[in-house]
Each structure stands twice: as C-alpha cells, then as structure tokens.
Design a protein around this ligand. Structure first.
Ligand code: AMP
Ligand code: ZN
Length: 433
C-alpha cells in the first residue's frame, strides 16, 4: 500500500498526542480573534483546560449564524494583511459566510487535497479535469491546487458547456475527473445522446462530492462511465474539499484527524453518539492559522464507521452524508429526507439522471410531488406502460416514505439542470404569515 503522507499511518496514540498539541495551539490562535476571545471568556475556558482531545466538550460550539454575524473580518486571528484568499459558503441567502486563508493555510489545504487524491488512486501522470465552478465556490481552486500539488496535468475546465468538456476529455485523454454527481449523470447522458459510449472514454477515476448523493447514484456513475467514483466531503468553513475522502475500499470517508478534530453529536442533546449511530458532524480546525474555527456545527448528518480500515490508515471514517439537520421536510406530519427519495429513484433502471421534489399547498395541507425524468428508451407513447411505471415508482416511494407522493413522469432532459450543486427541492407552499 502506498501513502502520500506519513501522517496517514500514525498510530492512534500518536494521533491523539498530535491532536492535543494542535488543539491547544488552535485555541491560542483562535483567542486572538475578537469573536473567540469573547466566546472563550464567556465560557471560562483556556488552553490549559485541554489535556486530551476528549476535553473538547468543554469548549463552546460555533454555529453558522455566528460566522454571519461576525462577517466579514470578526473571526480573523491574524491581521487582515496576512490573508491571501477568500471563499464563501454556498447556498446561503443574505450575508454569506466568508472564509479567509493565509498562504500557510492554502499550503495545508493543497497538501490535504493531494493526500485525498492520491488515496483514491490519482497519480502525478494523470490528466486531471476539474469540472467545478472556479469562483467563490471552493471546489474550483481547492481541488485545482491539490491536483497541481500532486503533479497532475490539471485542466481548470469549470462548469457547464458539456460539448467542450467532452472535447477536452477526448483531446487530452483525461484520466481523472472532479465532478459534481448530478452533473456526472447529466454529462453521461449528453455523451450518450451524441452517440458516444462514455465507457470508451479515458477517465478511470472520478472524484464526486460537494452535494448529497446516494450509493445508487455512485453506482450509476461508475457504470455509465466505466470508472471508479470516490466520495469527497468538505465544507467552506473547514477550507472546502479535503476534509474527508474515500480510499480504494469505498467504505466510508477517512477524515483527516491531524487537521480536523471530529465529533458526531446527537443534535438535540449535543452528547456524542456511539459509532454507527447517526448524528451531526461537529468539526474543529487544528492547523488553520488565519481563521480558526472551533467546534463548528456542520448540520451534516453522518456516523462514525466502526472498526479499522483494511487500507491501513488510522484516521476515522465517516459514512456517506445522509442529509442535513436543516433539510428535513415535514409533510402531513411525516419526516422526509430528500436522500430517501433519491435512493429509491436511482435504484430504478427506467429513471433518468434528474428529478425534482416540489412542495405545494392545497388548502392548509402540504403536498409532495416528485417529478421524475424517464430515460429516453422508456419514455414511450404507450400510455399503459407509462402509467404502469408511474404506479411502480409511487409504490416504491410510498414504501420508503410511509406517505404517498404524487409522481409525475417527465421527458429526459426536461427538468432544470444546475451548473453547480443540484437544487432538488422546489418549495411552492404558501407561507402563512
Ligand atoms: P459549501 O458551503 O459550499 O462548502 O458546501 C458544503 C456543504 O456541501 C456541506 O456542509 C454538505 O452539506 C455538502 N456536501 C459537501 N460534500 C458532500 C458530500 N460528499 N456528500 C454530501 N454532501 C456534501
Ligand atoms: Zn481506508
């Protein structure tokens, strides 16, 4: 087994010792920001209170609203002049969350990213095409510098323009891709409609992430492109991509514990949950100097995967993100996570790559409608066949959700396709004031 960094195979004791030292210094650094100086003082904690990573529970939690309230510079632990880059978190309305980095922070980020890619089998000789937005979104530059650090020929292809993406893949013999899962499915369809078999193309590895997706979606991408797809997890508040990543085992994502201290807490009691039990991921930056973030509530729901990974890396694994504490829908009193719908749909061969969940109100009752793209070959004129398919999808969704949604079948490529993260839920409910 080859590793990129010695840190990957430290023993558990070594990792604990390293985390303790780094957590203390992270606190010291954080306390230089006006925000954490006040927060630590109020909580009555100092670095002396930390004797091991287990003492982290003594520190206060940080939530996204606090990052917004202290926008733009309130969390900086070094003078503004020492910062060299800014990104923002996506999906936020109003004041965004701005994250800034020093040059050392960027160096760390690039090396963590290179470590992730190497773990998924990417090597310096690869031609790496990054199909992520290059802007404030971290999936562009974040992945880009990692691939360059690893030594790949790195192509900043950006999002959209599927014909140009295909041309680049063919002209340069791209072997590794970074691509958002919903776009991987879409691009695969575009390739098929052009009469090309995506399996014949050169990519053999795809790094997929940045948005929730199911195991069924991964398998579809792998099958469509005849490659291996690895789950990539991160968030802007913790740099962006490079926080946790799958190894060749594809069984949970190793979370780099020399750079982040991870906890999974019951979102109601805020107590740690046992391995295998889902809760909210809470992360602390251990190495960041410009803008340390302590015990950040990510809102992402996952679990620690129990046991050791056969790959030999000691860093704990987290499971696929199954949702966010803030994306649960409550329809007719039933709790629904969009990912449950995706799992059902992507497991059905007749269903295409795109779907949309529409919430509507009928009088005072909320209704859920699922618009499902049907693959071209199944979108036939025979009404009976389509009605049969609609009934089949409805029944499968009812079994999973314990509620009967309305299912509308739509033609291949008719639903809106986002350039970035897919927007799956369209909320048309009348808001009662
Ligand atoms: P951003 O604020 O743009 O950095 O987006 C970060 C958020 O994207 C995370 O908090 C997750 O909700 C989501 N995300 C990122 N990577 C993944 C992944 N591999 N699986 C599921 N959700 C992800
Ligand atoms: Zn592993």
């Amino acid at each position: 087994m080859q590793y990129y960094d010695r840190a990957e195979t430290l023993s558990r004791q070594e990792l604990n010792a390293l985390q303790t030292v780094r957590l203390k210094s992270a606190m010291q650094r954080a306390a230089r920001s006006p925000f954490y100086a006040a927060k630590f003082k109020q909580a009555g904690v100092t670095p002396r209170d930390i004797a091991s990573p287990a003492d982290i529970a003594r520190l206060p939690l940080t939530v996204k609203a606090e990052l917004r309230d202290n926008y733009p510079y309130g969390l900086l632990a070094v003078p503004r002049e020492a910062m060299v880059r800014m990104h923002v978190s996506s999906g936020t309305t109003g004041t965004p969350t701005a994250i800034m980095h020093t040059q050392n922070d960027l160096n760390w980020w690039a090396s963590l990213m290179a470590r992730c890619m190497f773990m998924a089998g990417v090597r310096p000789h690869d031609v790496f095409q990054n199909l992520s937005g290059y802007g404030l979104f971290t999936g562009g530059l974040g992945i880009h510098y990692g691939a360059e650090r690893l030594g790949c020929l790195t192509i900043p292809a950006g999002t959209g323009n599927s014909q140009r993406q295909i041309k680049i893949i063919r002209d340069f013999g791209t072997t590794a891709l970074h691509i958002i899962p919903s776009y991987a499915l879409h691009l695969g369809q575009v390739i098929a409609s052009a009469g090309i078999d995506a399996k014949e193309l050169t990519p053999r590895i795809a790094l997929i992430g940045a948005e929730p997706h199911s195991e069924e979606t991964r398998r579809r991408i792998e099958e469509m492109w005849a490659l291996k797809a690895y789950n990539s997890y991160g968030l802007s508040e913790m740099n962006g991509p490079g926080v946790a990543f799958e190894c060749l085992e594809q069984n949970g994502m190793h979370l780099w514990e020399d750079a982040y201290l991870a906890e999974i807490l019951d979102p109601d009691t805020l107590e740690p949950v046992p391995d295998g039990v889902s809760g909210e991921l809470v992360l602390t930056t251990l190495c960041r100097e410009g803008m340390p973030v302590i015990r950040y509530r990510t809102r992402d729901i996952t679990h620690f995967v129990a046991g050791e990974c056969p790959c030999g890396r000691v860093h704990r694994r987290i499971g696929r993100i199954t949702g966010r504490t803030d994306d649960m829908l409550i329809i007719k009193g039933v709790n629904i996570y969009p990912m449950q719908i995706e799992e059902v749909l992507m497991g059905m061969p007749e269903v295409g790559g795109n779907y949309q969940i529409v919430l509507e109100s009928e009088g005072s009752i909320d209704q859920i409608k699922v618009k499902v793209e049907v693959k071209q070959e199944y979108f036939v004129e025979d009404m009976r066949a389509l009605t049969g398919l609609q009934k089949k999808i409805t029944a499968k969704l009812r079994d999973e959700l314990l509620l009967t949604p309305r299912v509308e079948l739509v033609e291949h490529k008719s639903l809106p396709q986002s350039d970035g993260k897919a927007k799956r839920v369209l909320d048309l409910r009348e808001k009662s004031e």
